[in-house]
Design a protein around this ligand. Structure first.
Ligand code: PRP
Length: 193
């Protein structure tokens, strides 16, 4: 359940300890990813599966750099039972695809891969539906935290083991609107050591 917090500071800027990836660096890399995907999928009609909620801003920017035909589909996934800054690895589908990916060139679009458990679940689930191909595009990759090995096809940035927000990523459902990737002050996450 999202709590109301600090509504007097709608952009939360003074809760950010550090800007890890500035807006212009993000945008340039998203454009590169779009160009790379467009080159790799020439002649194909891509079946994009974006994972809600975190991927929505990345997706919106990425598809504006695609020059190949594509459809946008969504899955909503929830991991539960963990702390707010860590996924638990227990995953369930809140909203499934409304179309079949069978025989399609599926490209999963995620905001971040952390333990890898969410993507491991999603890829195993989608493979049972017999796509022609299945690739993964993630904006952020936190390899230090990996518990399940996942082959990643397109990675925007590898980042250190810091809890990050912005550009779609949240803490307690907030901060998704920040145009950059930032690190929250430890007093905000309550994870000071
Ligand atoms: C984030 C992210 C991935 C998952 C990655 O989702 O979007 O789906 O965690 O973590 P993992 O690799 O350890 O499984 P989150 O649960 O924060 O939900 P949200 O996208 O709705 O904010």
């Amino acid at each position: 359940m999202a709590r109301k917090r600090m509504t007097e500071m709608p952009h939360h800027e003074n809760e950010i300890a550090q800007v890890l990836i500035p807006e212009e660096v993000l945008q340039a890399r998203v454009a590169e990813l779009g160009a790379q995907i467009s080159a790799d999928y020439v002649g194909r009609d891509v079946f994009i599966v974006a994972i809600l909620k975190g991927a929505f801003i990345f997706l919106a920017d990425l598809i504006r750099h695609l020059t190949v035909p594509h459809e946008i589909h969504f899955m909503a996934i929830s991991s539960y039972g963990g702390r707010a800054t860590q996924s638990s690895g227990v995953v369930r589908i809140l909203m499934d695809l409304e179309a079949s990916p069978e025989g399609r060139d599926v490209l999963i679009v995620e905001d971040i891969i952390d333990s890898g458990r969410t993507l491991d679940y999603i890829t195993r689930n989608l493979r049972t539906r017999n796509p022609a191909s299945l690739r993964i595009c993630t904006l952020l990759d936190k390899p230090e935290r990996r518990e399940v090995e996942i082959p990643l096809d397109y990675v925007g940035f590898e980042i250190p083991n810091e809890f990050v927000v912005g550009y779609g990523l949240d803490f307690d459902e907030h901060y998704r609107n920040l145009p950059y990737i930032g690190v929250l002050k430890p007093e905000v996450t309550g994870e000071e050591t």
